[in-house]
Design a protein around this ligand. Structure first.
Ligand code: PMP
Length: 350
């Protein structure tokens, strides 16, 4: 096979996620909550009464885009829906990149920006965040200009650091670059800072959202972009037909209809995050960073990776073997899961 694979992809490894049994799954920033009771009831009823899965889904997602546009007070033509926001990131890089074009991303940030850029023949340029992981907007602007970058990804709150950009910072960046700017708001429901109200002021900006995090629908794979109509129409060129299943479209609409229930869950996750932050701060041998998302970034010289794994707790590790400092991203779970993490850290005290 190797001889037929594109030269630049030969060394790429397929993406796999660990499917091992665990006592707490805190590695993928999923919601600890499953479907709400209303959504569950309506889903069962819908399956019983509307069995139309022999028909392709609505490729234009008219109903879902209507629901989302009403929810965000934009026009349906400002919305595009994809199989997770991962698919939208792929569409965007495919649409804009010619071989060798530069894409600017913060470092550290979400790994898919890099993967899809390389898959789509682009080159990645990483701009380090500050020591406290805050953004320095001039560095990003300079990097875009100096390299004639074709896309700039901003992630706010940023995965894995939990740090956000302010509206003023984002405006300044967008006003000072002349390429498409993607504002990935996958975790914005935990932060309440959004660029959605400005989509018509900035034709070169697209806001990415997902149902995988705050809305607990990671298993249904639904993402969407909100942007000026011209940006949406451009991305539609590369969107796969019938990309989002009828089932996913239905679930997304139901979740939005039950948004009050979901909002109270988000408040609970935020409260739990703040609880965990306070608890973890008590351990003097680790550093926990403040976060605006549903996860915490933790650093320590003690081997947290090993101890958590031994306790069958899954977290996302960014530790590098040769480095003294271990670094993990801990998703916020329910109280029971979170307490299990605290127990492990207690067992690591002197
Ligand atoms: N953006 C960010 C910042 C993420 O962390 C993730 C998921 N880890 C995604 C996008 C993709 O989410 P999904 O494809 O599930 O919508």
């Amino acid at each position: 096979m190797k001889e037929w694979i594109r030269a630049d992809l030969k060394k790429f490894m397929p993406y796999h996620s660990p499917e091992k049994p665990c006592v707490a799954k805190l590695d993928a920033n999923e919601s600890p909550y499953n479907l709400s009771q209303n959504v569950r009831d309506n889903f069962i009823k819908w399956i019983q009464e509307n069995e139309n899965l022999n028909i392709y889904p609505d490729t234009d997602q008219v109903e879902l885009r209507n629901v989302l546009s009403a929810f965000y007070n934009v026009e349906p033509q400002n919305v595009i829906c994809t199989v997770g926001s991962d698919q939208l990131i792929d569409c965007i890089t495919r649409l804009f990149l010619e071989a060798g074009d530069v894409v600017v991303v913060p470092k550290p940030s979400f790994s898919m920006y890099k993967n899809t850029t390389v898959m789509n023949h682009g080159k990645i340029l990483e701009v380090e965040l500050e020591k406290d992981f805050s953004y320095e907007e001039d560095k990003l602007i300079d990097a875009v200009k100096a390299n004639n970058a074709k896309i700039l990804f901003l992630c706010s709150p940023n995965n894995p650091t939990g740090t956000s950009l302010t509206i003023e910072q984002m405006k300044k960046i967008i006003e000072n670059v002349s390429c498409p700017v993607i504002v990935d708001e996958a975790y914005a429901e935990f932060d309440d800072v959004t660029m959605i109200p400005y989509i018509n002021d900035y034709k070169n900006m697209m806001v990415l959202r997902t149902f995988s995090k705050a809305y607990g629908l990671a298993g249904a794979r639904i993402g969407y972009g909100i942007a000026h109509t011209a940006f949406i129409e451009a991305v539609e060129i590369v969107k796969a037909p019938y990309n989002l299943s009828t089932i996913s479209q239905f679930l997304a609409m139901e979740v939005i209809k039950d948004s009050e229930q979901y909002k109270s869950r988000m408040e609970e996750i935020k409260a739990e995050r703040d609880f965990m932050y306070e608890q973890l701060k008590k351990f003097k041998w680790l550093q926990v960073y403040p976060s605006n998302a549903n996860f915490l970034l933790i650093e320590s010289e003690r081997d947290m990776d090993k101890k958590l794994l031994e306790a069958n707790i899954l977290v996302r590790s960014f530790s590098i073997e040769s480095d003294k400092v271990r670094r993990i991203r801990l998703s916020i779970g329910d109280r029971q899961s979170n307490e299990k993490v605290i127990e492990v850290f207690l067992s690591m005290e002197d």
